[in-house]
Each structure stands twice: as C-alpha cells, then as structure tokens.
Design a protein around this ligand. Structure first.
Ligand code: NAP
Length: 263
C-alpha cells in the first residue's frame, strides 16, 4: 500500500514542532504541497526550511487558530496559490496541568479557544472551501487519549477540550458527508514533544527526577510494552486518514496510543 498525495494541497495547523512537524513531513513525503502554520513566521519558517532542504514543496504561514479569520486566511492563501484544498490537519494545541478546582478562567478559556475552537475553526472554514471548490477533501483533528476518559492525575480541562474535539469531529463529519468530505481525528498517547517536556518540567519542580517521571508516566498510562511512541507514529495514522484508503471512514477518532484508551 502506498500513499500518493502528488498534486494535492495540504494545510497543517500547529506544524512548527512535535507531532505537527512530523505530520507535515509525512504528508510532504507523500507528495503534497504543504502549508505549515503556527503562531510565528519564525517557527513555521524553520519547518519550511527543513522540509525544503529535503526537496519538498512547502510554504510557511502564520495563524493563531483561536481566530477564525486567521485560520481562513491561511486556507485562502493555499487556495489562491494552488487552486486546491485537499487536506487540512487541525493539530494545534496547548496543555495546562492545573487541577480541576484550581484552574483559572484564563487557563480554561485558553484551552477551549485553542484546542477546541481552533479545531472547530479549521473544520468549519475547510469544509466551506472544499464544498465551494467541489473537492472531496480530508480533514483530521488531533484529540488525545485523555479525551476518551477523565484521569485522576491532572489534565482535567485539557481533557475536556479533547473530548470536545471527538464530538466536533462527528458533527463536522455529518456536515462534510453529503459532499464526500471526510472528517476524522487521531487520539495520541504520550509523545515526548515540547508539550510533554513541559509536563516533565512540572514534575521536576515538585522534586521528581525527569527521566524516572517519564518512565513512570509510560508505565502508568501505556499498556503496550514497547512504550514510547514517536510523533511519526501519529503522522502515519494521519496520512492514512487523509488517503484514499480512508474514503469510507468518517466521524471516527482513532486511538494511536499504545492501548492507553480502548474505547
Ligand atoms: P507541541 O510540541 O507543544 O506543539 C504544539 C503545536 O501547536 C506547535 O506547532 C505550536 O506552534 C502550535 N500552537 C499552539 N498554540 C497555537 C495557537 N494558538 N495557534 C496556532 N498554533 C498553535 O505539542 P505536541 O505534543 O506536538 O502536540 C500536538 C497536538 O497533539 C496537540 O493538539 C496536543 O494536544 C496533541 N497531543 C499531544 C500528546 C503528547 O503526548 N505530546 C498526546 C496527545 C495529544 P507555535 O507555538 O509555534 O505557534
């Protein structure tokens, strides 16, 4: 099975590092022209440089996903350049570890605006453009295993937004379905990205050893013995969901998490 995205246009939000960078790399490897978006020209520009040095076609864009107009502007730019919009990945996200009772309104609104509204903005704007263009496109949102069920150990409002992304994916899938536009999500487990390093920072601040905490987190959350996943594992699942092999899959949230969630 080979995935061929030659001639396709893809936009990846939250592509400046970690899982998003891996998704952009994999989709570019498969032949698409990729628009990588993040909050600064510097961060998306670094990924553009890296991917161009590998010979891929890439453009760097700036958008704060919590702002519909900024998200739409990136999609419009891709459409103006190429006349197409085939793939949109809504991967941007932030984490906040405050407990349910301690989280401030600012922290909660930040999570909702970026994790949930960001994915909503990408889905709404992308579906409208795909319908206008008559393109049977693919959209993938990044949720989390934490969106499947609440955990006692933190992630409370983060998980709330990621559960919202699972529901959003179903609602958007219904909107896209009459036009053969597929909307799915991936639910990663634990990837040692900048986001997870920030979680480990908080363990270190409370006196724990960084590497021991990482091993402990894997032991606590991930049943599969092979342990740590890589961002590329998520990217491969996203590429599959964006390919013709997923033409009959929509409204699904695929756990790619070493068994952390089995529902
Ligand atoms: P990361 O390394 O912190 O990357 C987050 C990405 O989101 C960056 O590209 C960042 O870009 C972008 N971003 C953040 N806020 C944004 C905003 N307001 N507008 C636009 N872009 C924004 O995190 P990651 O671990 O790769 O996570 C990627 C996604 O996977 C997130 O949705 C996360 O919740 C989810 N996830 C991660 C894990 C894990 O274990 N790492 C597990 C489950 C789910 P800039 O900061 O450059 O703007």
């Amino acid at each position: 099975m080979t995935i061929d995205f030659k001639g396709k246009t893809a936009v990846i939000f939250g592509a400046s590092r970690g899982i998003g960078e891996a998704i952009a790399t994999t989709i570019a490897q498969c032949g698409a022209k990729v628009y990588v978006a993040a909050r600064s020209e510097k961060s998306s520009g670094q990924v553009k440089e890296k991917l161009e040095s590998l010979g891929y076609e890439v453009e760097a864009c700036v958008a704060d996903v919590s702002d519909y107009e900024q998200v739409d502007a990136v999609l419009c730019r891709a459409i103006e350049d190429t006349g197409r919009l085939d793939i949109v990945v809504n991967n941007a996200g932030i984490v906040c570890l405050s407990s349910f009772l301690d989280a401030t309104q600012e922290e909660i609104h930040g999570l909702i605006n970026i994790n949930l509204m960001g994915a909503n903005n990408g889905c709404q704007a992308a579906i409208k453009h795909m319908i206008d263009l008559g393109i049977e496109g693919k959209i993938v949102n990044t949720s989390s295993f934490v969106g499947r069920h609440a955990l006692e150990a933190g992630f409370s409002h983060y998980g709330m937004t990621k559960a919202g992304v699972i529901y959003l994916t179903q609602a958007a899938a219904y909107a896209g379905a009459p036009h053969n536009i597929n909307v799915n999500a991936v639910c990663p487990g634990i990837i040692r990205s900048a986001m997870w390093e920030s979680i480990l920072d908080s363990y270190v601040e409370s006196g724990l050893d960084r590497e021991e905490s990482w091993k402990e987190s894997l032991k606590t959350f991930i049943p599969l013995a092979r342990g740590d996943q890589k961002a590329e594992d998520i990217a491969n699942a996203v590429a599959f969901l964006c390919s013709e092999y997923a033409d009959h899959i929509t409204g699904q949230s695929l756990n790619v998490d070493g068994g952390a969630a089995m529902n």
